[in-house]
Ligand binder design. Structure first.
Ligand code: 13P
Ligand code: SF4
Length: 357
């Protein structure tokens, strides 16, 4: 199957993809940093909120200190409900920004502000504004993985777990959609709703590397395994999936399905939480490199990997890497985010929360 997607004619912006560098610490340094961070969290009246793709050390620390490990939107919601004055977001920049937009009165710190996302980088606000201006008849729906400025230009923000429902809702009122930035998630939504969607041309550099042909060969080796796929993956990979879902949904699938072996097509950081919730099960990485390919990320996001114990401790020690969102941008960006929260609340759903399958 060919993974060509019909997108709008958008010039793809150039950006550098850093190598994935995982922090290695000896036991003594790791234990010293863990102890220091625990003290600093108390001193700074701070709570650690980590994404599933971050280093297990950070996820473990979040769990041990009364913090939280989840997907991007749920991380922000947890921070909003928590009484801490400082939120430390271990993830990528759009997650820190979303936390700040929803919690403007709190200080939001990140271990490393250079932790980007290829989808965010692939959708600069100037080009995106032109694109929207060229299609005034379309409702602008953007993925959570975008800058605050792009959200401020949107009518709706969605997450991978909510996108199909929101687009169906918009279709029911006769809307045509302008979608950005992930072309694979966009085409997945389009295929599942039949909506009239114009797609921006960008992709996640981690998920776009999963390979359909090699995945089919792997599945043939494990005929009893179920294939779990994040919808940022190419159509040839999605076509082989038993479950297509958000990060939270994939974890829930491992936990609740009776199957014992899973082939997982998403960032391998998620395996830490999957092993926690389903200790006896066998998890296999979906292939990222085939005959004709060399993987850039090898299923681990280089920007997520920038979050480490050293950078986390440094940020808490000095207050460095505070996330700032201009007030006027934040006031506009909160509208599409709140629209999604209200939409899910009205349906009695917890979107992408830990209880969301
Ligand atoms: P979630 O918000 O669904 O966890 O996804 C974020 C992400 O970056 C997926 O690649
Ligand atoms: Fe962005 Fe992909 Fe990294 Fe998620 S895994 S933060 S979508 S580059």
């Amino acid at each position: 199957m060919i993974d060509a997607i019909a997108t709008a004619n958008v010039t793809k912006p150039d950006f550098d993809v850093p190598p994935t560098v995982v922090e290695h610490l000896d036991t003594a340094e790791r234990e010293a940093l863990r102890a220091e961070i625990k003290q600093l969290l108390v001193r700074e009246n701070a709570v650690l909120v980590a994404h599933y793709y971050t280093d297990p050390e950070l996820q473990k620390l979040a769990d041990e200190t009364g913090g939280y490990v989840s997907d991007s939107l749920d991380m922000a919601r947890f921070g909003h409900d928590h009484t801490a004055r400082t939120l430390v977001v271990a993830g990528v920049r759009f997650m820190g920004e979303t936390a700040k937009i929803l919690n403007p009165g709190k200080r939001v710190l990140m271990p490393d502000l250079k932790a980007e996302c290829s989808l965010d980088l692939g959708c600069p606000i100037e080009q995106f504004t032109t694109f929207c201006d060229e299609h005034p008849d379309r409702t602008v729906v953007v993925y959570a993985n975008t800058s605050a400025a792009v959200k401020a230009r949107a009518d709706w923000m969605v997450t991978s777990g909510s996108a199909v429902d929101v687009v169906k809702h918009l279709m029911a009122t006769g809307r045509k959609i302008l979608w950005a930035p992930d072309k694979f998630l966009g085409s997945y939504i389009r295929d599942n709703t039949g909506a009239d969607m114009l797609l921006w041309n960008s992709a996640c550099i981690v998920h776009e590397e999963f390979k359909g042909r090699e995945l089919a060969a792997l599945r043939a080796q494990y005929p009893d395994a179920m294939v779990l796929v994040h919808p940022e993956s190419p159509p040839s990979v999605i076509a082989l999936a038993d479950v297509v879902s958000s990060t939270t949904g994939l974890i829930k699938a491992v936990q609740t399905l009776s199957c014992n072996t899973f082939i997982v097509a998403t960032d391998k950081g998620i395996f830490y939480k999957m092993r926690q919730v389903a200790p006896g099960k066998t998890l296999i990485e979906a292939p990222t490199a085939g005959d004709s390919a060399t993987c850039r990320s090898c299923a681990h996001c280089p920007w997520m990997a920038m979050n480490g114990l050293r950078s986390l401790a440094a940020s808490l020690r000095t207050g460095a890497n505070e996330v700032v969102v201009a007030r006027e941008i934040g006031l506009r960006a909160v509208v599409p985010i709140k629209r999604l929260l209200d939409f899910s609340a009205a349906r009695g759903q917890v979107i992408l929360g830990n209880n969301d399958a």
